[in-house]
Design a protein around this ligand. Structure first.
Ligand code: PAF
Length: 285
């Protein structure tokens, strides 16, 4: 496994692989790898000739006062996990390698980037799409893998790739959960023992929403009210940024279940103490 820190170095490796017509799989990450990332790496390993990951805690997707400084980092552990997972190349640039002193460009997917998490984290998705586009231009993968836990991010990236006619297939990997249902996330490292126990409430609420829909409830606003009341009863829940029902393809806001066979995205962002967690579930009606 090779670690590439410079953009020209990475581009030259990619050029050589392209000359040999090898299929490149790419898993962009911010490091502190967990089973969610490793499952994406396994998918890439199965489907591609060479597997790249990037490890880059992207400063432009963090707002002022967010956790950029304290975002967990452990390169030694990441290298060992990547090696065991069969990664061929880690692209590991410094911030000044990615954003030179004259950097001015931003890529934004309008509307989709300013709802749900984008409403609570202004500028976040422009930071994500800009860095993902840069990474894709550097690594030039045939297939790029993103976790469905960040469902809105996945939809936005697919939209950008389509809108800008980029030749890369975007593949979503399933959310990986702990035994008690908590979706794996690097940020759960911030939780105290008690907060960690109570963090399962996100998944529990998604399951309640699913049950209510399966039992025939058509009024999604009513379900939302029940869920938000439920969340409010837990003393570890400091704030509910949103609990929404959306169309899984377009992220259009849904108020009612209209058709049988339709899929509905239930998505939520909740502060457990000082940690913001997100989760979602696709519910088939
Ligand atoms: O999902 C993430 O870890 C990040 O948003 C990504 C896609 C690596 C961009 O920095």
């Amino acid at each position: 496994m090779e670690i590439l820190k410079k953009i020209p170095e990475c581009k030259s490796v990619v050029n050589n692989l392209k000359k040999k017509c090898l299929i490149i799989g790419f898993v962009p990450t911010m490091g502190f790898l967990h089973e969610g990332h490793l499952s994406l790496i396994r998918m890439a390993r199965k489907e591609c000739d060479r597997v790249f990951i990037s490890i880059f805690v992207n400063p432009t997707q963090f707002g002022p006062g967010e956790d950029f400084e304290k975002y967990p980092r452990d390169m030694k552990r990441d290298i060992s996990l990547a090696k065991k997972g069969g990664v061929d190349y880690i692209f590991y640039p410094a911030a000044k390698e990615m954003y030179g002193p004259y950097f001015k460009t931003s890529v934004e997917v309008k509307e989709l980037g300013s709802i749900m998490c984008g409403k609570c984290r202004p500028g976040h998705f422009a930071g994500v799409t800009t860095v993902v586009l840069k990474l894709i231009n550097i690594v030039r993968p045939d297939k790029a893998y993103f976790g469905q836990k960040d469902y809105q991010q996945l939809v936005i990236i697919k939209r950008m790739i389509d809108d800008l006619n980029l030749d890369v297939e975007i593949i979503g990997g399933p959310t990986i959960r702990e035994n008690d249902g908590l979706a794996l996330s690097s940020r759960s490292k911030y939780l105290s023992v008690e907060e960690r126990e109570n963090a399962t409430i996100l998944y529990e609420c998604l399951k309640i929403a699913k049950d209510m829909i399966k039992k025939g409830e058509k009024d999604l606003e009513k379900i939302k009210k029940t869920i938000i009341t439920n969340l409010g009863k837990n003393r570890f829940v400091k704030k509910v940024d949103y609990f929404d029902f959306r169309d899984p393809g377009t992220l259009e806001y849904l108020k009612r279940v209209d058709k049988k066979g339709k899929k509905i995205l239930a998505a939520t962002a909740v502060w457990i103490g000082r940690t913001r967690l997100i989760d979602n579930m696709i519910i088939k009606v």
